[in-house]
Design a protein around this ligand. Structure first.
Ligand SMILES: *Cc1c(COP(=O)(O)O)cnc(C)c1O
Length: 393
């Protein structure tokens, strides 16, 4: 049916789209509002032409920021004691943002040999197809990193502790040696959630977080963040963020914002539970070494004591060398309360075996490595579960 527009009112169809109602200002509530937008409206063409997508003084396009993303960025920067933050659609995307911001053809980047696997994959890809050299260093190298730096080295990556094998690097020494040669240092600070390691105080120039882990806490969000205090680096990061089109969904931001108030409490609960389970594993005859930074025997334990104020819920064990991969796989399969799957930082305990020799340039150990993410189950139940699974070896 045609609705004729006899008076000044627009047609029914148009009223479905355009309306004048404005809810009153002054609505107060704890949750951050969720702003969904691709198009951001300008008041005038002049305002549109004057837009500046780089300094976050206003809004230009949903991809470059909304009140929801700006709020999450500001809160994450505050957690790390940083000034600038940009979100990315995953932790790996955040790593890519740093690489694309700082590296170009002909440049060199140093990564620890224990680096997060997909970051290594990206480094190898840059080497193979983009004319950048990614080289891997002993994570315990300390100030020896200085001797590896070449005139074309533009970035040193660190990870504290290293994914899976858990070595704690001497971040202070690495940063001092890199800075002496004017090379910035980026730290993957995911394990400490940004609350147990003062990365900028120790000299890091850029901090990367996989928010997928503790900040989300729900095993339901993929997101990353890059944080810095350095205006010049921030400008490069902002440019990479814009050029790569690294937008994040407003609902996902909301989930992270909703879980930030409990970040420290959850982290401390994971920490206490993981140390209890790790200490129990340490006295088991099946286990050769517990690779938990807070326990003696983990490479870099003294540095953990010097630099960290807490520990994450993620650690690994090396089984005694008499056990084959088949046996330790049977152990993992026998666990009832531990899911088998990647990622961590959620409420549920997880367990994953790793083939270390295929992941590293250098790996001296013979025993099988199995990684645990200790969730929020009662530790007595977790230990009983591990005990029965050890019986299946
Ligand atoms: C999970 C993780 C990442 C990547 O995060 P995604 O969101 O899964 O891409 C990077 N670094 C570390 C140390 C991680 O644990």
């Amino acid at each position: 049916m045609e609705v004729s527009v006899s008076d000044d009112r627009p047609s029914f169809q148009t009223t479905l789209l355009h309306h004048d109602y404005q809810a009153p200002d002054g609505f107060g509530a704890f949750p951050q509002a969720i702003h969904h937008a691709s198009t951001v409206l300008f008041d005038s063409v002049a305002a549109m032409r004057a837009r500046n997508w780089q300094n976050k003084s206003g809004y230009t396009y949903g991809l470059h920021g909304t009140p929801t993303t700006f709020t999450l960025e500001a809160r994450l920067a505050a957690i790390e004691n940083g000034r600038h933050c940009r979100l990315a659609p995953s932790g790996l995307a955040a790593i890519a943002m740093v690489n694309f911001a700082l590296l170009k053809t002909g440049d060199d980047v140093l990564l620890p040999d224990n680096v997060y696997g997909p970051s290594r994959e990206l480094g190898n890809w840059l080497t193979q197809d983009y004319g950048i050299t990614a080289r891997y260093y002993d994570p315990l190298i300390g100030d020896g990193i200085g001797a590896l730096i070449r005139p074309n080295t533009r970035l040193v990556w660190t990870e504290a502790p290293g994914s899976v094998s858990m070595e704690v690097p001497d971040l202070r020494a690495i940063c001092a040696a890199a800075h002496a040669k004017n090379v910035p240092v980026a730290l993957d600070n995911t394990w400490s959630a940004g609350i147990a390691l003062p990365a900028f105080d120790l000299g890091a120039d850029i901090v990367m977080q996989a928010l997928t882990k503790y900040q989300s806490g729900g095993s339901d969000v993929l997101m990353g963040a890059v944080i810095t205090n350095n205006d010049e680096l921030n400008h490069k990061l902002e440019s990479a963020h814009m050029r790569l089109g690294f937008g994040v969904g407003a609902d996902d931001c909301y989930l992270v914002l909703r879980n930030l108030p409990t970040l420290k409490l959850r982290f401390e609960a994971h920490d206490a539970a993981a140390r209890e389970v790790a200490a129990w594993l340490k006295q088991r005859p099946e286990i050769d070494t517990v690779l938990h930074p807070a326990l003696p025997g983990c490479p870099g334990h003294a540095l953990w004591k010097r630099d960290f104020s807490g520990a994450g819920g993620l650690f690994s064990v090396l089984f005694d060398a008499r056990y084959t991969e088949e046996q330790t796989d049977r152990f993992v399969d026998a666990l009832k309360l531990f899911g088998i799957g990647f990622s961590w930082g959620g409420a549920h305990s997880l367990c994953v075996p790793y083939r270390m020799k295929s992941m590293r340039e250098s790996w001296p150990h013979r025993g099988q490595l199995v990684r645990f993410n200790i969730g929020l189950e009662d530790t007595r139940d977790l230990i009983a579960d591990i005990e029965q699974a050890l019986g299946q070896l």
